[in-house]
Design a protein around this ligand. Structure first.
Ligand code: AMP
Length: 529
């Protein structure tokens, strides 16, 4: 069979961009995949999602923006004298470029990229560039691709998803699905030294919420403000991976040494490392970052910034995959294989007061909050769900009410869902950041309803718009970026704590302040690869 030309893949990508319907996208991708030769499936999948190399591969293409610009600059006109590009030949060139290292690598890479672009027509060039940047702009998420693979191979989408979670290698999953079928996919297990995507948590509003989803009882652990790591061990070989699955073993010789003491031949444990001072209290995140970034003279920094390791899960032990066991059992097995002092602090409780006092203890000891884990939950790699909740102590903002919706049910007759706004200091306008109907007593609802009507500027069927005069202090658990409101942000779980009659609208918090709080909340996410 002749190799599939790159132009076929380009036209699939163009069709994908022409529809917003997920089902149509799935249909287009699956019929394309079905017509490929086995060795073309993996590269095609990655080219379509714009990730030439599997996520877990630590070597990136590593071409800087300037190099790309240079290469494109030189070859505006395609020289269509050579053989047309195919999926496989493009994959090969990308691999060759990836493998170039050493002194003269930038020049060599530029040269190869120029040659590649010279062989491509305009729409092929576009796909190549989009792949280099990892942004295809045709709305094919990992989820759509996995469903398409399931369609193309008649496999259960859950089986495909699980294989992808465990290996983090969509190309390989697609190849196995289409060439060997569902039964072979089911046999895919966990490979030591291939990182697994860590399980994530949803933000909980309060402990009531946690207990509701965790069958009345939950295991609470400190939420450490450090960096997620997973440690893989096979006899004397130990490798450590970050949350984003890069290999960070070289920067963490002290943690590697600790892992040497685990009482097992083979295992994979999940945990968090935190930089600490001499008394063992957590240090700012910046200190931890220095440890992760250092690749030379690491030993020096190990002494200067000691790390503390906290373990909270065990995914694999001596040939046995444990992710389907209940959390409680995995935790018990963990305590049998690792040193007691490495286990994350925890209490299991069904009582709100006990939970509150454990949260207080976590904060007093310098941690971020708590994690609540369902005793019966499996380990779901890469998933954010209600099996694990994070609980953060509330933060507070002063905001002004700019409108209110009429309530219904118990709140009928009251203006009780308040539109909350912060100040734009440049324009002196107030922009919305959320709504809440929580936190007021019946008496306060009544007072608010009367007062807001005095301030009315206009109204619609459900909403009364008012002059911005009533200031309230709201508690919230997280700030999200959101296109829903003009401020660009949205508060999660906002509730009114106090009506601030002592404050005027001029005193409320600003968008700049909200942005600062948002940056602080997420500053670590982008940094630790
Ligand atoms: P977030 O990044 O806010 O979604 O919170 C999830 C992160 O909390 C995880 O990825 C871990 O890095 C971190 N974490 C800290 N302590 C724990 C714990 N006891 N269990 C699970 N994750 C934890």
């Amino acid at each position: 069979m002749p190799e599939t030309p790159l132009s076929s893949l380009v036209s699939v990508c163009q069709s994908l961009a022409s529809t917003r319907k997920r089902l149509e996208k799935r249909e287009m991708i699956s019929s394309f995949l079905k017509n490929l030769e086995p060795e073309e499936i993996g590269p095609a999948v990655l080219l379509i999602v714009g990730r030439i190399f599997p996520e877990t591969e630590s070597k990136a293409l590593n071409i800087g923006y300037r190099t790309i610009q240079k290469a494109y600059g030189k070859t505006k006109q395609a020289i269509l004298t050579e053989e047309p590009l195919t999926i496989l030949s493009l994959q090969k060139v990308f691999k060759d470029i990836q493998n170039i290292t050493g002194k003269d690598s930038v020049r060599k890479k530029t040269h190869m990229l120029e040659a590649l672009i010279g062989r491509a027509n305009e729409s092929e060039q576009e796909i190549i560039l989009k792949n280099i940047y990892g942004e295809m702009q045709h709305g094919v998420s990992e989820g759509v691709m996995l469903d398409s693979i399931a369609d193309a191979s008649n496999a259960d989408p859950e089986v495909v998803r699980r294989a992808n979670m465990l290996t983090g290698d969509m190309a390989n999953v697609a190849t196995i699905a289409l060439t060997k079928g569902e039964e072979s996919l089911k046999k895919i297990g966990l490979n030591l030294f291939t990182p697994v995507k860590p399980m994530l948590a949803e933000l909980a509003e309060d402990f009531e919420d946690v207990f509701k989803y965790h069958e009345g009882k939950s295991s609470l652990e400190f939420k450490f403000d450090g960096a997620r790591i997973q440690i893989h061990k096979k006899r004397d070989e130990i490798r450590i991976f970050s949350r984003r699955l890069s290999d960070v073993t070289g920067s963490l010789p002290d943690i590697t040494a600790l892992a040497g003491g685990f009482n097992a031949d083979e295992l994979l444990v999940d945990g968090e490392v935190v930089a600490v001072d001499k008394s063992g209290r957590p240090l700012p995140f910046q200190d931890l970052m220095r440890r992760f970034r250092r690749v030379h003279d690491v030993e020096e920094l190990v002494k200067e910034i000691p790390l503390k390791l906290y373990l909270f899960d065990l995914l694999y032990l001596d040939g046995e995959l444990l992710i389907d066991l209940p959390y409680e059992e995995r935790r018990n097995r963990l305590s049998e294989v690792c040193q007691e002092e490495l286990l994350a602090n925890r209490v299991t409780t069904d009582k709100t007061e006990e939970a509150e006092s454990f949260l207080k203890e976590a904060i007093e000891k310098g941690h971020e909050g708590l994690m609540a884990k369902s005793l019966s939950s499996d380990y779901a790699p890469g998933k954010r769900g209600k099996k694990w909740f994070k609980i953060k102590p509330a933060d507070y903002l002063d905001v002004v009410i700019i409108a209110a919706d009429w309530g219904y049910g118990r709140r009928e007759g009251w203006l009780s869902n308040y539109h909350l706004a912060v100040k734009d200091v440049e324009t002196d306008e107030y922009h919305m950041i959320g709504k809440t109907f929580k936190g007021l007593t019946d008496k306060e609802f009544e007072w608010m309803t009367a007062r807001l009507q005095e301030l009315k500027t206009r109204e619609s069927e459900y909403t009364v718009y008012v002059r911005p005069e009533i200031v309230v202090e709201v508690a919230y658990n997280e700030i999200q970026k959101s296109p829903k409101y003009e401020s660009g942000f949205a508060l999660r779980f906002a509730r009114i704590k106090r009506i601030r009659e002592d404050k005027s609208a001029r005193d409320v918090d600003s968008i700049v302040r909200v942005n600062e709080l948002y940056q602080k909340q997420f500053e670590k996410k982008g940094v630790l690869g």
